[in-house]
Design a protein around this ligand. Structure first.
Ligand SMILES: [Zn+2]
Length: 161
């Protein structure tokens, strides 16, 4: 029964999310309910880029916000951030990781503007504002992330989000 529910969640996830995101070749997406986050970008043991996502959290956040995070994770791969996590100096690693989060958000904003998915950006903005998460060692407070999304959107389009 549990497996059946997971299967249903996965099917609805792909149906809903296909609307906002077409995965490019070369990066494998793997569903896992064991990660405590919507998604993470990493390499598998053979060195292939993968994205692990939690379909339950994705469904809770909804199609638009999930599409934002999907682009965010692809951004981590395309911008070389995952390699940075192997930097031997922990201070440099932390600095690189902090910058990487903002850069991946910016990547997702640019991607969704290019696809005209303005609802994705609006809903992500609202979610970050409502979460009011204080942030942590590597993530800015969620309201700052929301404001960064809105100001990049304004810089590119000349419109308020
Ligand atoms: Zn990230």
């Amino acid at each position: 029964m549990k497996k059946l529910i997971l299967l249903f969640v996965l099917i609805s996830y792909f149906n809903i999310h296909a609307q906002y995101w077409t995965s490019p070749d070369g990066i494998t997406e793997i569903a896992s309910t064991s990660i405590n986050d919507i998604a993470i970008a990493k390499f598998d043991s053979k060195g292939n880029p993968i994205i692990i996502y939690n379909p339950i959290i994705a469904n809770k956040l909804g199609a638009e916000v999930s599409a934002f995070f999907r682009a965010h994770e692809y951004g981590h791969h395309y911008l070389g951030h995952v390699l940075n996590q192997n930097h031997p100096n922990p201070n440099i690693r932390l600095w690189l990781t902090r910058n990487a989060e903002s850069e991946a958000d910016a990547y997702a904003v640019r991607y969704h503007i290019s696809m005209n998915n303005i609802n994705v950006l609006k809903k992500t903005y609202n979610t970050f504002m409502n979460q009011n998460h204080p942030g942590d060692r590597t993530h800015l407070p969620s309201r700052i992330r929301a404001q960064n999304i809105a100001s990049l959107y304004f810089n590119i389009t000349g419109n308020q989000l």
